[in-house]
Design a protein around this ligand. Sequence first.
Ligand SMILES: Cc1cc2nc3c(=O)[nH]c(=O)nc-3n(C[C@H](O)[C@H](O)[C@H](O)COP(=O)(O)O)c2cc1C
Length: 226
Amino acid sequence: MAWTKRVFHVWSCCLADSRPIVMSIHYYEPAAGHGLPHNPFNAIVAPRPIGWVGTTSRDGTHNLAPYSFFNAFNYIPPIVGFCSVGDKDSLKNVRDVPEFSWNLATWDLRDQMNASSAGLDHGMSEFEAAGIAIEQARIIRPALVAASPVKFECKVTQIEQLKTASGDDVPSWLILGEVVGVHIDESLLEDGVYQTERARPIMRGGGPGDYFTITEDNKFFMGRPE
Ligand SMILES: Cc1cc2nc3c(=O)[nH]c(=O)nc-3n(C[C@H](O)[C@H](O)[C@H](O)COP(=O)(O)O)c2cc1C
């Protein structure tokens, strides 16, 4: 079955005011196509934080590229990861020099972030091509984006090739790294507490170029149950 459209009724009391939930569902199994004008996957799993990743080639060329298949995976020690869909320069570099920088992509740096996604030949630096100033890291060899207000220095812990449910190799690689150094612009701290929205981080939506940013009025608090 490729895809179907059906009206879906849930007659148990699911909404707070006891109204039944009535939804018209577009169902699809991705292996057989989505049946929509655009694949909705990236727009559904969104907005995604951007891994603006700096790596270094064996000969010392500094590479920079955005990866929205990026997230944090552990708290202590902090571990972040990004996924190279295909054998990209960032992947080649972390195989040779197993370190990377993560740089917060902000509203102010959106054009530089986008410019750094250009497909340059291996050995060419996006820092140079896009005119992005470099800051030297303290622990790792890859460079930091000087103007980014938050940067992580990371050491690669795992490079895992993705697989399908039936065990076939997918030409995508998840690169995980332990965060061994953190740089924070102190203007983002209020009484020592990091204020996420103050840096105006940008996040990736779906389609060829949708992004989101966040502001103070998007914020709400919800404590966990006891
Ligand atoms: C916002 C944004 C997010 C991206 N996310 C990814 C991603 O998660 N995985 C990927 O393989 N490419 C992603 N790309 C495309 C890469 O940035 C692009 O292929 C780049 O040239 C890779 O650089 P590299 O070969 O120097 O590693 C993204 C591009 C943009 C603009």
